[in-house]
Write a protein that binds this ligand. Structure first.
Ligand SMILES: NC(=O)c1ccc[n+]([C@@H]2O[C@H](COP(=O)([O-])OP(=O)(O)OC[C@H]3O[C@@H](n4cnc5c(N)ncnc54)[C@H](O)[C@@H]3O)[C@@H](O)[C@H]2O)c1
Length: 458
């Protein structure tokens, strides 16, 4: 069958540093585009699993694509940076930039990788930073690379931020909304652009702009979630339905429904880190970013509210048995980095609750002793169940069976997957954020309404 994917005009030799969610996806997808890719990974366990053909992360479609690339001889994995860089036209740095306590990202992995690549290069090389970094980082990496490179070797550092979403990373790579290429000269921009099919939407700019596009995009996505949570809280007070309100708002094409969803707050390895990174960057320049700061504050409120709601429903949680369904930061991934579900579990444990958990895929080592084999094992004798990740299988939970194994009947559905009518019919008391309860509902409306009534009746 002919390959329906668009292809770049020519094939190149590519080195990818880091085989995590971004690096492994980029390596397999570049190989599928016809390039020859050598992917360097310095975690011995990750590398040996890749050599055995086992994908160390859960990402739909990635295992087949990696197998296809390896079999075609266009994709190999190594720990040897010199082997990976030798003869490469471009090197992509896809290493972690985890958050520090002060909000800035920790750039040590990136500096190491840039240093290693530059030192190993035997000819001129374009180095593209796919990791998410604050503006100015590529310039710093340029200085570092210039110092590390062998005499006569020219390294050109560029920014090529990655926008993939975990759980649909492969699809996102092949159908990008845009590919952003930031460099300080046309030749470098053209070299990176030529690695992608020419049909794909491409934005060419300078390095700092490219770096900031990524930070600003993630801040805006997080803003939509925090906004949705704030409106959902207001819905509870005024007796409106958050699902309807947000659907109605999102149908406006100027706004859009994507990411306009309420729940237990945003999480994952990127959003909190990148909004914090943007705020920290601005703070370092004494430039106020109150909108971005509010995004973080509302997110903390949204997360804390889940356990607060449970306390309001059950009283003090010490000694109570609570089941938490879902640990991944969203459905379709095993990633628990900065997961709201994990925060909920930790807060419940800290308050003395007896917690059991179940997630279809995620199985983080620190919480393993709390994990049960399935939904009903976790819910056994629970006084309340919290649904913390929107796995589609949770929508299929039989409410009659659930209520029969639980000791209580409260289900706090933070992600709105259950059918409230069916659950209520089975005897479950479903509480979902964004729907008012007798405790939050205000029968008498706000002052302007009283004023209008007064005026009308006078
Ligand atoms: N995960 C996402 O959804 C996503 C999306 C867009 C952008 N990003 C950004 O991309 C970057 C990578 O994210 P990730 O989730 O893939 O991280 P990750 O931690 O899953 O993967 C990074 C990998 O790089 C390896 N590594 C680090 N230094 C190395 C070196 N010198 N040589 C070889 N291997 C090395 C690590 O062992 C690890 O396997 C981050 O900056 C992140 O913010 C992530």
């Amino acid at each position: 069958m002919p390959d329906p994917r668009p292809h770049p005009d020519r094939t190149s030799e590519i080195c990818v540093v880091g085989a995590g969610y971004v690096g492994l996806t980029a390596a397999a997808c570049f190989a599928a585009l016809g390039h020859h890719v050598r992917c360097v990974e310095n975690d011995a366990q990750r590398l040996s699993s890749l050599h055995e053909g086992v994908i160390p992360i859960f990402e739909p479609g990635l295992d087949a694509l990696v197998a296809e690339g390896v079999e075609a001889g266009r994709l190999l994995f190594t720990s040897d940076i010199a082997e990976a860089v030798c003869g490469a036209d471009a090197a992509f740095l896809c290493v972690g930039t985890p958050p520090r306590d002060d909000g800035h990202p920790d750039l040590r992995q990136l500096a190491n990788a840039a240093n290693q690549v530059a030192a190993a290069a035997t000819g001129d090389l374009v180095v593209a930073v796919k990791s998410t970094v604050p503006p100015g980082t590529c310039e710093a990496m340029q200085i570092l690379s210039d110092e590390a490179a062998q005499p006569g070797v020219r390294i050109s550092v560029a920014s090529n931020p990655e926008f993939l979403r975990e759980s649909q990373a492969v699809d996102d790579f092949f159908h990008p909304d845009r590919v952003v290429v930031g460099a300080d000269d046309d030749r470098t921009r053209a070299a990176i652009a030529s690695l992608y099919p020419s049909e794909w939407p491409m934005l060419r700019c300078d390095r700092r702009s490219a770096e900031l596009i990524k930070y600003a995009s993630n801040t805006f996505l997080a803003l939509k979630i925090s906004f949705a949570n704030e409106i959902a809280g207001l819905c509870e007070q005024v007796g409106a339905e958050a699902l309807s309100v947000l659907a109605g708002v999102g149908m406006d094409q100027r706004i859009g429904s994507s990411f306009l969803a309420h729940g237990p707050g945003f999480g994952g390895s990127c959003l909190t880190k990148d909004v914090s990174g943007l705020v920290a960057t601005a703070e370092a320049l004494a430039f106020p970013t109150p909108v971005a700061q509010a995004v973080l504050d509302v997110n903390t409120w949204a997360r804390n509210r889940v356990v607060d709601k449970l306390t309001a429903l059950l009283g003090p949680l010490a000694g109570k048995k609570i089941a938490v369904l879902g640990l991944a930061f969203k459905a379709g991934t095993d990633d628990v980095r900065d997961s709201p579900a994990v925060t909920i579990v930790e807060r419940l444990v800290a308050q003395g609750a007896t917690v059991t958990t179940f997630d279809p895929v995620a199985d983080p080592e620190p919480l393993r002793r709390l994990r049960r084999a399935g939904v009903f094992d976790a819910a056994e004798r629970a006084e309340a169940v919290v649904i913390a990740t929107a796995w589609p299988e949770f929508a299929l939970i039989d409410p009659k069976r659930l209520v029969s194994v639980m000791a209580g009947s409260v289900v706090l559905d933070t992600v709105g997957v259950l059918d409230p009518a069916a659950a209520a019919g089975a005897g479950l008391e479903v509480v979902a954020p964004g729907r008012s309860t007798p405790e939050t509902y205000h029968a008498v409306m706000v002052p302007p309404l009283e004023w209008a009534l007064d005026a009308a009746l006078r």
